[in-house]
Design a protein around this ligand. Structure first.
Ligand SMILES: [Zn+2]
Length: 328
């Protein structure tokens, strides 16, 4: 029962699969995998294993929303014309890669359409790209197949609160802008603590800061331009509160790891993007597309942002956090 759409990796990972309920080894069975201890069964649908069976409506709703988003992004998540990546964005995106050992076996959680998994494959790693939504895993699988990349990979639908892998399976766990959407972060941490090898790396590539939800979201609410009000937000996004520096460090600790880097991203640049996004949402279609920001203005702000991260107190209030940690 090894499809997982990918290349070489499914056969390797199959022997590390464990039951999410009783932690017994999973055995390949009719149309999927089964636990002989408790009888739990996971189906493989169109080549993609779905390692969760929760009737939880929150999870179903998240999976439906992000499955749809992976296929056809909604207005709120499309990249705007005014948003052009800067050298600063690229530097910060690539920063964690330097902490990975060569040819790492990486579990990517909440990977959505697979863009980050593909990037990690290009870096020469082996990647299990996963998402709660089977439809997202399918989109990611297609994306990787079409890239014709020569590496070991697989895709799966995994609930990050119930990671179905035995102790010491992965060299690294990679999460980009997904952790803040997951309600039970203690459960996520327990799973990472188990499946990450000693000395393995945990990468939180981008998680929003908590002050944003206390200040910016209520302001957007008053103006009536919140993504939630526009009907373009998942239940996970709706419930999320972001992370303070202390909470990021706490999560890393719960994973049995110690932080190597906790790096802030965006101060003034973030303010510029948020203000521009607000205008975008306030303006009617036809006018909003004309909004633009001069690239040199953005580049200038990113330079100031690189300085602000050294100013006491203020440095604790960026828009995003990026963290790299090492398992003890
Ligand atoms: Zn079981």
């Amino acid at each position: 029962m090894t499809h997982w759409l990918g290349n070489k990796l499914p056969e390797i990972l199959e022997s590390s699969l464990i039951c999410t309920k009783c932690r017994e080894k999973l055995i390949p069975a009719e149309n999927g995998y089964a636990c002989h201890q408790c009888g739990q069964h996971f189906k493989v649908k169109e080549g993609i294993p779905v390692f969760w069976n929760s009737p939880d409506s929150f999870k179903q709703s998240e999976a439906d929303f992000y499955g749809q988003e992976a296929k056809a992004p909604s207005l709120a998540s499309l990249c705007r014309n005014f948003y052009r990546p800067t050298a600063y964005d690229r530097d910060l995106y690539r920063m964690p890669f330097g902490h990975l050992k060569k040819q790492s076996l990486i579990l990517s959680l909440g990977g959505g359409d697979g863009r980050h998994g593909l990037e990690l494959l290009r870096e020469g790693h082996s990647v299990l790209e996963s998402d709660l939504a089977p439809a997202s895993a399918a989109v990611a699988g297609k994306k990787i197949q079409e890239s014709n990349i020569d590496g070991s990979w697989a895709v799966a639908a995994i609930d990050a609160e119930d990671i179905p892998f035995a102790p010491d399976t992965f060299d690294a766990v990679y999460i980009c802008a997904a952790l803040h959407q997951i309600p039970d972060q203690k459960a996520v941490a327990a799973g990472i603590r188990r499946c990450l090898k000693p000395g393995g790396k945990l990468i939180l590539a981008s998680e929003p800061a908590s002050w944003f939800y206390k200040v910016i979201r209520p302001m957007a609410q008053i103006m009536g331009i919140r993504a939630g009000q526009l009907g373009q937000q998942s239940v996970g996004d709706e419930a999320n509160r972001g992370f303070s520096h202390r909470e990021i460090a706490g999560f890393i600790n719960d994973c049995g790891a110690r932080p190597t880097v906790i790096k802030p991203k965006f101060y003034l640049t973030g303010a510029l993007y948020q203000a521009t996004e607000a205008f975008f949402r306030l303006l009617p279609p036809g006018k909003r597309e004309k909004i633009s920001i001069r690239q040199w203005e953005t580049e200038l702000l990113t330079r100031l942002d690189r300085i602000i991260e050294y100013i006491p107190v203020i440095r604790r209030f960026p828009f995003w956090w990026i963290a790299v940690a090492e398992k003890k």
